[in-house]
Design a protein around this ligand. Structure first.
Ligand SMILES: CC(C)(COP(=O)(O)OP(=O)(O)OC[C@H]1O[C@@H](n2cnc3c(N)ncnc32)[C@H](O)[C@@H]1OP(=O)(O)O)[C@@H](O)C(=O)NCCC(=O)NCCS
Length: 198
């Protein structure tokens, strides 16, 4: 089985199409104190439904190196104070910001939060250079998604103004899946409906 990888980008902040906030309790904040365990938790919690396996093999040192890099930012979506999703912005290549990870925790999907959260993150990614001394001007914001991701992911990226510019077919995702058994990941059978808990 092959996997398709789509690359998308924006070349100007003016191309970002934000959305109205769907929930007055939703806020987006940068997590300004790096906590590698938080990145790992988010990766597993978001990605366990979508075959995110590449980083399951990362050592503690690799997580620490990534999360504490001065040109990597972690942003969180909170709903009623509860973490509900995350976005990693990787600016280690000068002039570029890669949305390295993006997604909602299972209980918060299909609530119209993802479209709004993405619009906020893309706008913040375009402000990346303004947040750090010596950071070069951002020329593009990009990401890739693959056929194993949420079926709404691609349309969400395009709806927020990202342009699809390259496609690749690879066996990589499958190979990674086979390396790391799904059973080793902590996950719940079904997400809790957070609206009932408020
Ligand atoms: C993908 C994800 C971010 C979407 O968030 P969401 O809150 O479920 O989606 P929303 O209701 O906000 O809708 C956002 C966009 O998704 C698309 N979408 C939503 N429902 C859709 C449907 N039934 N059919 C097709 N596209 C749909 C639309 O483009 C929509 O934007 P629009 O309303 O401006 O047209 C979220 O479900 C998620 O985090 N999934 C798991 C992680 C993941 O796959 N992340 C992406 C990895 S690259």
């Amino acid at each position: 089985m092959s996997s398709t990888i789509w690359y998308l980008e924006t070349r100007s902040p003016e191309h970002v199409r934000p959305k109205e906030r769907p929930d007055a309790e939703a806020v987006v904040r940068q997590s300004r104190i790096p906590v590698p365990e938080l990145n790992r938790f988010c990766y597993i919690t978001v990605g366990s439904d979508w075959q995110w396996t590449d980083r399951l093999a990362w050592s503690d040192a690799e997580w620490r190196e990534f999360a504490t890099d001065g040109n990597v930012e972690t942003w969180l979506l909170h709903v009623s104070g509860t973490p509900a999703g995350y976005c990693e912005m990787d600016g280690r290549i000068p002039g570029e910001v890669e949305i390295a990870s993006f997604g909602l925790f299972p209980a918060f999907r299909r609530r119209r939060l993802g479209g709004w959260f993405l619009g906020e993150c893309l706008s913040e990614a375009w402000r990346f250079s303004a947040r750090g001394e010596g950071r070069p001007r951002t020329e593009r914001v990009w990401l890739h998604t693959c056929s194993e991701d949420d079926p709404h992911a691609m349309s969400n990226y395009q709806a927020r103004g990202m342009r699809w510019y390259r496609t690749e077919t690879t066996e990589l995702c499958r190979a990674a899946r086979e390396r790391t058994p799904l059973g080793s990941r902590p996950r719940f059978a079904a997400p809790t409906d957070y609206r009932r808990l408020r």
